[in-house]
Design a protein around this ligand. Sequence first.
Ligand SMILES: Nc1ncnc2c1ncn2[C@@H]1O[C@H](COP(=O)(O)OP(=O)(O)OP(=O)(O)O)[C@@H](O)[C@H]1O
Length: 293
Amino acid sequence: MSPHIRCTDLVRIFSAEGVEVQALQGLTLAIERGELTAIIGASGSGKSTLLSILSGLDVPTAGRAEVAGHDLLAMTARERTRYRRHTVGFVWQQTSRNLLPYLTAVENIATALSVSHTPRRTRRSRATELLELMDIANLADRRPAQMSGGQQQRVAIAVALANSPEVIFADEPTGELDEHNSQLVFDALRTVNVELGTTVLIVTHDQAVSAQVRRTLQIRDGRMSTEVHRSTRTDEHGNESTHAEEYAVLDRVGRLQLPEEYLRALALRDLVRLELEPDHVEVHPTALRKDTA
Ligand SMILES: Nc1ncnc2c1ncn2[C@@H]1O[C@H](COP(=O)(O)OP(=O)(O)OP(=O)(O)O)[C@@H](O)[C@H]1O
């Protein structure tokens, strides 16, 4: 089966005032159905550009992008609208972008349901069901201003789920929250992933998020650079511990990005010496500079 989200050699070039910016420089990624994944990257690394493409708001300059079997480069305007209403759901950083301020929690969810022509009589029960899943049924009749930031984001997740999307994209969903509320929002996203089997992709600059998910992809300069996989192991005494393993992404032409801390630790720059061993490759620092070599 093909991955639920797949990007291949994605390039996005912006031209502003005669200057070209390569926001994505051949980004490749594959996320399986039902995965809960985080993409982490510094400001300017290309996260928002990637999310705009995956959410159908923008189109890449080159490359391919597919989500839940939809080819994002081949969709008509009508298919794109359907895709945005039914296939994917969004949770944005600004709570104000997720919820209508003059409507209650239930009314916000009902509005999302009315857009997809869900019969009026079933809207309230569906909204209540989603608020229960998010553990905030008690907030049904409150407006956003009467809720904490964390509560608003959980209502936002319920709104995003209204039309049973296959994929949820969350852009810095905890950017405006304190640690406690952030935890509640991550727990809610995990519930969505586990209980409903929805594929969840969180995009953030916050390194701490990697502790919340099994797989973290690092984006650097518009490309995937490294991946961290976390797993829980149980020893013979029944004690659980979490293990994290870091992988570098090797692209089709053999390029890889070494983690920044490795570069710093050994002062690796310009030219490094490579050595092929029977079962691994060694990278050694040298004093050689690119322009003097
Ligand atoms: N519409 C645009 N026009 C010109 N350049 C753009 C445009 N959108 C993004 N860029 C540039 O593309 C690069 C990647 O931007 P992007 O917003 O995707 O990064 P980001 O990782 O989401 O950053 P942040 O976390 O600050 O939002 C940046 O250099 C940015 O200035």
